[in-house]
Design a protein around this ligand. Structure first.
Ligand code: ADE
Ligand code: ZN
Length: 338
């Protein structure tokens, strides 16, 4: 084999310790947890039967995906619902040897469904403690604004400023990909709190969205960002500044922002030198897992690239330096034991 880099099997990918940067709290709900919650709240319009649930998860386009998402959000109307969902999600991560995860939580629909701010934050704190105790997994949170300014954004900033959950590390921006410039004041406020900036951009909208995220929201990382590939100058700027893109392959296919895996820009992003990681986004909704996404990435760019993609995730996380060093050491040990 000479000096050629080694290859990594699907079994190795399955077992390797992982870091995940981009997974949505509600979107990570397993079918079993969803069926429990739907049975508790029959008026929310979410099917309880597994087959009907599968049909419910077939999206015609990005807007349809967001409407389905809103229906699921309505199932979280008590702190117990939130705790049940969150612990269920973290158990799925633990089973894939995820050691560290930054979970994106959208508070608005949960508060609208009737959970108080204290109820939400206490449920998140309890789930975080559970993950540390049961699985030695570190969970940090990103609170995200679901696509609109005004009261929608204020609710999120108010939580960040006055009642943050333990382990809050960044402000996010998801939902419909509305123009990014009006969100600059919220990200400036988050920055004064010491929070990172991780907006979605360049998913449904084009490279101008990524450019605004970088220039006006001062993004540390970008959720998706894949459409930056359409603007070579922007791509070079991301590589130069080391702005990380959180890539989710199956998500992009299922929401139909990319037509086929062969057309996915991941290889071009990597060739351009942009730091990227592999993430699951809304795994059960898209019929995937983080492990599966890494295996799909191995098929697309070669399994030799997988350790580098895992390292990129560790480096771009908001974990402390000691934790990062220990994750990097564990990854190096796993590479040595292929
Ligand atoms: N919320 C959950 N998943 C999302 C996605 N892929 N894009 C924007 N908002 C989201
Ligand atoms: Zn996302």
């Amino acid at each position: 084999m000479g000096l050629a880099a080694p290859t990594y099997s699907d079994a190795w990918i399955s077992a390797v310790p992982k870091v995940e940067l981009h997974v949505h709290h509600i979107g990570a709900t397993s079918a079993d947890t969803l069926a429990d919650l739907a049975a508790r709240h029959p008026d929310a319009g979410v099917p309880t039967d597994p087959q009907a649930l599968q049909a419910f998860y077939e999206f015609t386009d990005f807007d349809h995906f967001l409407r389905v998402y809103a229906a699921i959000s309505r199932l979280l109307s008590t702190p117990e619902d939130v705790l049940h969902l969150t612990i269920g999600n973290l158990a799925e991560s633990a089973a894939q040897n995820v050691r560290y995860v930054e979970v994106t939580v959208t508070p608005n629909p949960i508060l609208t469904a009737g959970v108080t701010r204290d109820g939400l934050v206490e449920a998140l704190n309890a789930a975080r403690e559970h993950a540390a105790r049961e699985w030695a997994m570190t969970v940090n949170w990103i609170l995200d604004i679901p696509g609109f300014t005004g009261e929608t954004a204020e609710v999120v900033l108010d939580l960040c400023e006055r009642r943050p959950p333990d382990g809050l590390v960044a402000l996010g921006l998801g939902g419909p990909e509305t123009p990014r410039p009006p969100f600059a004041p919220y990200f400036a406020r988050a920055r004064t709190l010491g929070l990172g900036s991780v907006p979605h951009a360049g998913e449904a909208a084009g490279p101008e969205s990524v450019r605004a995220a970088v220039e006006l929201l001062r993004a540390d990382r970008i959720g998706h960002g894949i459409r930056a590939v359409e603007d070579p100058e922007l791509l070079a700027g991301l590589a130069e500044a080391g702005i990380h893109l959180e890539v989710s392959l199956t998500s992009n296919l299922r929401t139909r922002v990319v037509a086929s895996l062969e057309k996915h820009p991941l290889p071009a992003l990597m060739t351009a030198g942009v730091p990227v990681s592999i993430n699951s986004d809304d795994p059960p909704m898209f019929g995937t897992t983080l492990t599966r996404e890494l295996q799909i990435a191995a098929g697309l760019v070669g399994s030799r690239q997988i350790p580098a993609l895992l390292r990129n995730a560790i480096k771009a996380s908001f974990a402390g330096e000691d934790l990062k060093a220990s994750y990097l050491a564990d990854l190096a040990a796993a590479e040595a034991h292929r």
